[in-house]
Design a binder for this molecule. Structure first.
Ligand code: NDP
Length: 314
């Protein structure tokens, strides 16, 4: 099974299913990438912040040099972390990521969050609070992102965790439009309003935490993932599909790209086999009814930051 593709506003094509890599530990991510390639994945969602790009790069080099897959058949995303939002830093940070990934260019480079932290401060400033914030404007950051395209280091650029006001502010200012906004989306937070808003502006939504980060949800007190809902399991049985496959199919039907993370071979295979069934209107309505606008990644410890994105409805 391979993934369907979606065409971005600049003509580049992006596979609709990608493999997430957050918390895929360096010891296991190599095998996950290899299993994913075997299963038909060509899209990998990475980030400097995840601390595992070196091993992902080793796996990609191995796969490309074995001749199994050509570089141009892959779609690799990475993201600029919050401490590096100054315009001058952006190209440098992408070059660092490219050296980890052992690539000459990336397919999509995203601004990971609209808010910035001080350049020499902590990467995850929980106790330091506002002392660690930087007020570098994401409009300045975007100029650096545009440089990445001009220099040929990124085919497409985009944003992540931006709200509707931030998107419109950026669109008024930018020379290159963002191709993608990567945000949390799952049936608990179906993002229909933001998806419509972005679609009208030719921006594709990528859904992160599409499975509600099910492995950690109970322990960390996250909203109960819809993949654990017996009704969703029942819907899946009808099509001989698992709850995860039902949820991924639903998100794709809403026009999104999905990037489920797994390091488990059977689940990696499962999560891309989502194109051979179609939910009926009652089933779609049930999944719609699960929306609670509740987040796994609210990052509310940073809600006093000037550019915190989740104080708006969408
Ligand atoms: P997901 O919703 O993808 O959930 C991942 C969890 O689900 C893991 O515990 C995984 O376990 C488990 N899992 C995977 N497949 C199945 C399945 N078929 N059945 C049951 N359990 C399953 O959460 P993530 O937070 O990882 O989100 C996906 C990706 O989105 C990230 O990896 C990252 O690339 C990106 N992301 C981006 C953010 C941003 O700010 N832009 C924020 C958060 C995530 P196991 O691995 O053990 O199989």
């Amino acid at each position: 099974m391979s993934s369907k593709v979606i065409t971005l506003n600049n003509g580049h094509k992006m596979p609709v299913v990608g493999l997430g890599t957050y918390k895929s530990s360096p010891g296991v991510v190599r095998q996950a990438i290899i299993d994913a390639i075997e299963a038909g994945y060509r899209h990998f969602d990475c980030a400097w912040f995840y601390g595992n790009e070196t091993e992902i790069g080793d796996a990609l080099r191995e796969i490309i040099s074995s001749g199994k897959v050509k570089r141009e058949d892959l779609f690799i995303t990475s993201k600029l972390w919050n401490n590096f939002h100054r315009k001058e830093k952006v190209v440098l940070m992408l070059k660092e990521t490219l050296s980890y990934l052992k690539l000459d260019y990336i397919d999509l480079f995203l601004v990971h969050w609209p808010f910035a932290f001080k350049e020499n401060g902590p990467l995850w400033p929980i106790t330091e609070g506002a002392d660690a914030y930087s007020d570098t404007d994401y409009l300045e950051t975007w100029e650096g992102m545009e440089e990445c395209v001009k220099k040929g280091y990124a085919k497409s650029i985009g944003i992540s965790n931006f709200n509707s006001e931030q998107i419109d502010r950026l669109l008024k200012y930018c020379k290159i439009k963002p191709a993608v906004n990567q945000v949390e989306a799952n049936p608990n937070l179906n993002q229909k309003k933001l998806t419509k808003f972005c679609k009208e502006r030719e921006i594709v939504i990528t859904a992160y935490c599409p499975l509600g980060r099910v492995g950690e949800a109970a322990e960390r007190g996250f909203p109960t993932p819809t993949v654990l809902d017996p009704k969703v399991a029942e819907i899946g049985e009808k099509y001989n599909k698992t709850p995860a496959q039902v949820v991924l199919n639903y998100l794709i039907s809403l026009g999104m790209v999905v990037i489920p993370k797994s390091v488990t071979k059977s689940r990696i295979i499962e999560n891309i086999n989502v194109f051979d069934f179609q939910l009926n209107p009652e089933e779609l309505a049930y999944l719609d009814s699960c929306n609670k606008d509740s987040r796994v990644c609210s990052l509310d410890m940073f809600q006093d930051h000037k550019y915190y994105p989740f104080n708006l409805e969408f």
